[in-house]
Design a protein around this ligand. Structure first.
Ligand SMILES: C[S@@+](CC[C@H](N)C(=O)[O-])C[C@H]1O[C@@H](n2cnc3c(N)ncnc32)[C@H](O)[C@@H]1O
Length: 262
């Protein structure tokens, strides 16, 4: 198997079509109108943006990531597959999300726990303030968050795919700082395991911390979207507004806030 880490990553942890549809529909349900511009922060291979612009001829996307590697990969492998009229609706910036920007957008998505990169409250606050300024009035900010008892102990979980296995490795967790080290490994069928293909050193922020910080910087109606569960007790991929969650080993949720209408 030709080892392509971004292809394996996407197959293992991303659902860009589902995510783009979710943000689009949630905005319409919340504001009663269509969102046109998505900003995908920490965009990596910016697949959510690619799915977003496919959802309508007036939709645009702004993608920001520090790392030139996933951006170059996506330009070569995904952007090249789009029509010119689609490509011109995607703007890609290789820069720090903390840098000032001039764009105005309807939705900001910070996904795959990327805000956990900011370990200091001051930095996360700066990012949230910038995001609030970047949103149009009524614009929505979404970030995902995960937690639960099983996410705070060393463990390695294997998920088998058709041509490879994906490993989520929780290497360490420090209860004092809430800093944690995670790795992603892959094992193509019939080949050796390729270790530490992706590495994440994160602060495990809690939902109330994130919610409080968003309120503090001025977001309106900050709320949590909690995942429902299927018959086997596992998450069913359906997220709904919740004031309370259930205790579970591991959970994923979204924190959402609106830029107040003018
Ligand atoms: C966990 S990955 C998420 C990638 C993608 N959003 C996804 O859903 O899979 C985090 C990404 O954030 C980028 N990143 C980290 N710090 C950043 C910063 N300060 N500004 C912009 N991008 C950053 C990394 O280069 C990496 O591509």
């Amino acid at each position: 198997m030709n080892f392509d880490k971004y292809k394996l990553y996407t197959e293992s942890v991303q659902s860009p079509e589902v995510d783009a549809q979710f943000f689009d529909q949630y905005y319409r349900m919340y504001n009663g109108q269509e969102a046109l511009v998505l900003k995908e922060d920490f965009c990596g291979t910016f697949l959510n943006s690619i799915e977003w612009i496919k959802r309508g001829a007036f939709k645009k996307a702004i993608c920001v990531d520090l790392d030139p590697e996933p951006i170059a990969y996506s330009r070569a492998n995904y952007l090249s597959q789009l029509q010119p009229s689609q490509v011109e609706r995607i703007q890609i910036f290789e820069r720090d999300v903390l840098k000032k920007s001039e764009e105005k957008v309807d939705v900001i998505a910070a996904l795959n726990f990327s805000t956990f990169i900011f370990k200091e409250r001051k930095k996360l606050k700066k990012y949230l303030k910038r995001s609030l300024k970047t949103l149009n009035p009524k614009g929505l900010f979404f970030m995902d968050c995960f937690g639960g008892m099983a996410t705070q102990e060393p463990l390695e979980e294997e998920t088998e795919h058709k041509e490879f296995s994906y490993f989520w490795d929780q290497d360490s967790f420090d209860p004092v700082s809430h800093n944690a080290q995670f790795y992603i490994h892959f094992k193509p069928n019939g080949e050796k395991k390729i270790k530490k293909v992706f590495s994440y050193n994160w602060r495990m922020w809690t939902l109330p911390e994130l919610k409080d910080l968003m309120i503090e910087v001025g977001f309106h109606d900050v709320h949590i979207l909690w995942e429902g569960s299927g018959p086997n007790g596992e998450g069913n991929g359906q997220f709904a507004r919740a004031e309370k969650g259930e205790v579970c080993e591991a959970w994923v949720a979204y924190v959402v806030g609106q830029r107040p209408p003018d």
